[in-house]
Design a protein. Sequence first.
Length: 918
Amino acid sequence: PAHAGPDRPPAPAAPASPENPATPVTLSAGGLTVRVAKEFPQVISYTMDGRTLGGQARVLDTFTVNGTAHTATTTMKAYRAQAVYTSTFADLPGLTITSTITVTDRKTVVFAVKSITGPAASTVDQLAIPDQSLVSVDSSSAHAALARTRISTDSTTTADQFLPITADTAPDKAAVGTPYGFVSNGALSAGILTNATDDSAQDNNDNGNNRLKSRIVDAGNGARRAELSVGTYTYAPRGATDARVKTYALPQATVVLAADANGDGQVDWQDGAIAYRARMTRPLGAERVPERVVQHIPFNFASQATNPFLKTLDNVKRISMATDDLGQWVLEKGYADEGHDSAHPDYGGNYNDRAGGLTDLNKLTRTGAGYNADIAVHVNATEAYPQAKTFSKALVKGQVNGWDWLNQSYHIDQRTDLGSGAILDRFKQLRKEAPGIRTVYIDAYYSSGWLADGLAAQLRKMGFEVATEWAYKFEGDSVWSHWASDKNYGGVTNKGINSNIVRFLSNTDRDVWNVDPLLGGSSVKEFEGWTGHDDYDAFYRNIWTDNLPTKFLQHYQVMDWDFGRSATLSGGVRAALQDGRRQVSMNGAVVLDGDTYLLPWGEAKGGDGTSSPSRADKMYYYSGSGGTHTFTLTGQFASTRSFTLYKLTDQGRVKAGRITARGGKVTLTGDKDQPYVLAPNGDRAPHTDARYGEGGLLADPGFNSGDLKAWSPRGGAAPARTDTGDNVVRLGTGGASGVSQRVKGLAPGKRYTLSADVEVAAGQRRTVTLEASGHRVQARNAFDTTPLRNTVAADAKQGTYAQRASVAFTAPANGQVTVALGAAAGTAAVTLDDVRVMADTSAPAPGGAVVAQDDFEGNQPGWGPFVKGDAGGVTDPRTSISRLHAPYSQKSWKNTYSPYNSGTLAGKAVDDVLDGGH
């Protein structure tokens, strides 16, 4: 029994009473009682179900306006659940701030500025209330604790601090910024939601780390107190004149309170975080994040258009068939102008014609949605290129030079760009012209505060999700980060957000994390040219080893997390490490054990909607080690006895056997690293016919169907798969061989080009012909060698001797031709891929002795008669076609604005465009 003998530790000392205590006024609603101050908008204490938390007991009287402290004279009117405060200032006679503190029936307390009025109101940029300490705990509670963090992407450490508040806890020398913070005392836990953001200068790298202020203080009498306050609010940003951004937001902060929200028998920061999560604003697109199992980056660069939009659509379909329609997130790098890093910031009105232009981009987004794919585009709000239609001197005034891999870029004056609304107009144009774009990926963005938050808020209104290069940018708004997801890109000190506090809140909502032994982490392995990667097989394997288990878990909220040991999630899901091996269960049934799993999955409704494994209609079976494995069925399938096991291939489901459940269990045998779908008998595949080539003039132009039914093959021509998983056609050897297809729907009298990737075995010769024939049409191009190694990193054919070959023709009156690609008799291997028929705006060669002519005004991929040589090996070219935008694209302006100086050459020697439009 408890006793008061000498072994009982002394009770912790209570803090000293403040010298100037606030006068309490009681408000209440929904079982929550709050004492607020009569003299100033501050909370003194909270009581919920007999449990208490502190606020700020010392009376306050100061607002900070634009960084300067001003003493307020405040009057207050109290109602049952709300106090209304009116504050005026002797040294700011033209300013009145009206604010409220409201107790809600949702166990929250809301501080809100309702109006800023008077002649001086227009001068208010930023507002703060120093030491407001909306919620606090002190060392008189045995379990008092503070959890705080920073937004940091150093994957070698964590920014989290979990601090017990005892008499021995060292006080902070100054307030410590934190984007998220929670205090708890064993009885209640609380955090603060707020719209506070700094109106910081361009390139500020604060990243929301001062959104809240935490501080451990000496509370007197030998006690310590941990306080949580709000940082600085931006009301009317400096220089903002456009009506859409002239006012950012009236200040608001919401204190959320919780007891034992996760039912683990204790109250700590995680309980407050659960309450916070239930009330926070999720990023736009968060509901789709768990669906986006497959992430890939088609890359068009330097006028090459190696991944035209309709080829990307065929890749989307191929992936859908090979994954049974798992969700995809597709980042188009190079959707505009000449491709990636060309003509920023033309978000609209300047699409990559060589890749198919706006028509094909919209076809990709519309049709891709039916294959559970969301399309994003890479944009830049930091750098501008002179060839951009929207480039101007005012856009870059006073800014430094930027990236110059191709053309020299110049940094944008972001405050003027946003404050004037110019950037919003450019995004508005993109939204109007390409309504199917889900996400804008904002590259190389250095700023934070209002510049970032204000832009994100406006993009949200337009319906654009936000993704970023770095995980610490647009934090809270971004659903995806490149450097976090591409594990081999960048260094280990700039990867995903390293805070488990932030991940606890938002694991479901974002792909901005490092790999966790329990929760996993989505990753990108590329095959469409980004960073020179072309291995489809490695890309495909990553879906099953890394991403699908991660996305299964992302469907459920983290509820109780013992870092590195176990995590309890909603939906009856639990992850734990057993002898270093991850094991995931669902309502007690093990669904993942090490490298082997049978994961329930639901088909996303509406093609690109949301699903839940809790409403599963099938299961994915995969084993990295292969062999035979027995699983207990989860509740979704416990009453089902008969199943069919399907092997997944490029052509979709292939029946692998019938499976009968016995005693609620199934036993499965499969090949190592081969994914399968296990579905109840009678279940139908999401797609059975991919209709490759949809939107273009050819059927199955990339030979993805597994046969040549869309073509007329001869002489042993057959589909094949390369060592990297690329689908191609190999012509037969010995006799003549080829493929042909009838093309309809051409515009009579219009000029077109037939092109394809062609490789004749290195060092060998065999005559290859590309031909278009029809009524009074006979166009032919013949050659017998492809002598140059392909060194374009963004090309799936890099490292081979495949090059683009073409022949131009004029469509006949009936709009029909037969296109044929073939090889004469011979022994040299000939490989074909990516056949394309596209309208050709290039000027025709005059004939006669002229072998090649190009004025670079046409729309064909590449650089006319030129190709990349071996300089740098397989890499991204440093050459592209450039549009005339006088005077900015010409040497006179460039040498005046920011002269180039190599040490031997001062100034740019030639114009970007010598004649014509390019």
